[in-house]
Design a protein around this ligand. Structure first.
Ligand code: ARG
Length: 458
């Protein structure tokens, strides 16, 4: 017998049961469902909507159900559709018809919204924490590489030399904004929808503030129709998760490139790579690739939910049940990615010499030759032209700028003097970028200090 069976003349078609049920995936929220019910029934007692002895029976029953679920003694069933009705059914089996009083002044519509808020609130905290751990791993590597020079790229062409510490700190900043976005969303996640009823509020003299306090919510949905209709707090999470994954996938792409034989900038630890079933020599950066790949499903989950919401009339529609799998999947995907990237970054080996070699055998000090000429009062545009010609000359003569003799240099501009060699040396070039936010060692050290205040605050 269905909990809502009274109005029906025959059982539901079994395919309908299977099609409409969400228990296979929403059982993940069973704890939140019980916590919410405990607060609700406590409020029913406090407001004298239910007598205290019944409230006590229901509380004892819910605790018993919780115990049984924890001990693996219960089997959820699609016949009871979702986690809410499964638990209510278990409660009634446990304590008899009085269990049926739990749902007084409540609808599954506000109940499910409550569960989602409770669940996401918990997961937000975990994801923020995991992101901080990744930031810390990047910070530690950055600190070790305050003197490791490498090419900085634009268009994936060598552009200007940077410190590896600088490059890694770029990610720490990105992750900081991801964390801040998650934190800012808190005030929209941590509000109470319970008490909204099905859509119009309830006829019972409930006390929503009391429930909000018990469950430590900072506020209550002002309008009950809104409370049961919207899932914008989940969309926001999925959007923030998408940006976080975008950042992680860029980091992963670099790990893949850097660990290729062509670059050979880093070596990922064996424990975080996999082999090939046919090519014995292979060591593949599968984890980094998979994080990059899984970014697609996180974006998909965002677009999926936005599309579910589009054009949906108020208030609750069963379409909203589609809010769950994408959210759960995103949480799992973030857990996996962040949990693995942290030790991968911690254990990666950096091939300093190889990076240095890359940065000395190229023209990434060309801007510095132009800047040198500017300091000798040549307009930048003209200096750019001069250096362009010098680079072309070098390419034709198979040389780099630092291989040129002073005579050769002076054939491009007589403003060039002996001091050009120090001006173009890689350490000079890097440390000359000492304006705020630049790659000079002194600036990167400051960025690391700022990064530490971020990770210590959260
Ligand atoms: N399983 C449903 C969901 O996830 C719970 C709410 C059902 N409400 C309803 N009126 N059918 O959305």
């Amino acid at each position: 017998m269905k909990l809502w069976g009274g109005r029906f003349t025959k059982p539901t078609n079994q395919l309908v049961d299977e099609y409409t049920a969400s228990i296979s995936f929403d059982q993940i929220m069973w704890r939140q469902d019980i916590v919410g019910s405990l607060a609700h029934v406590a409020m029913l007692g406090k407001c004298s909507i239910l007598p205290m002895d019944e409230v006590k029976q229901i509380i004892a029953g819910l605790k018993k159900v919780k115990e049984k679920i924890e001990n693996g003694q219960v089997q959820f069933s699609t016949a009871h559709e979702d986690v809410h009705m499964n638990i209510e059914k278990l409660l009634i089996d446990e304590i008899g018809p009085v269990g049926g009083k739990l749902h007084t002044g409540r609808s599954r519509n506000d109940q499910v919204a409550l569960d989602m808020h409770l669940y996401l609130r918990e997961k937000l905290m975990e994801i923020i924490q995991l992101t901080v751990y990744l930031q810390k791993a990047l910070l530690e590597q950055a600190q070790l590489h305050l003197d490791t020079v490498m090419p900085g790229y634009t268009h994936l062409q060598r552009a200007q030399p940077v410190l590896l510490g600088y490059h890694l700190m770029a990610y720490v900043s990105m992750l900081q904004r991801d964390i801040e976005r998650m934190q800012e969303s808190w005030k929209r996640v941590n509000i109470l929808p319970l008490g909204a009823g099905a859509l119009a509020g309830t006829t019972f003299p409930i006390d929503r503030e009391f429930v909000a306090d018990l469950l430590q919510f900072d506020g209550i949905y002002v309008n009950s129709m809104d409370a049961v209709s919207d899932r914008d707090f989940i969309v926001e999470f999925l959007a923030n998760a998408s940006l976080l994954m975008a950042h992680l996938s860029r980091l992963c792409e670099e790990l893949v490139i850097w660990s290729s034989q062509e670059f050979s900038f880093i070596e990922l630890d064996d424990a975080f790579c996999t082999g090939s079933s046919i090519m014995p020599q292979k060591k593949n950066p599968d984890v980094a690739e998979l994080v990059r790949g899984k970014t697609g499903r996180v974006y998909g989950n965002l677009i999926g939910l936005l599309t579910v919401l589009k054009g949906l009339p108020l208030a609750y529609n069963k379409d909203l049940q589609e809010d769950k799998e994408g959210m759960f999947d995103t949480v799992t995907t973030l857990h996996g990615a962040l949990g693995l990237l942290t030790p991968m970054i911690q254990t990666m080996q950096v091939k300093r010499e190889r990076m240095r070699q890359a940065v000395t055998n190229d023209f990434s000090n060309a801007t510095d030759l132009a800047d040198y000429l500017v300091r000798k009062d040549i307009p930048f545009r003209q200096a750019h032209e001069i250096v362009g010609r010098a680079v072309l000359y070098c390419i034709e003569h198979k040389k780099y700028l630092l291989d040129l003799t002073l005579e050769e240099f002076r054939s491009f501009s007589d403003k060039i003097e002996e001091d050009v060699y120090t001006a173009l040396a890689v350490e000079t070039v890097v440390n000359a970028r000492s304006a705020q936010g630049g790659t000079a060692c002194s600036q990167v050290a400051k960025q690391i200090e700022t990064g530490k205040t971020w990770t210590e605050e959260t």
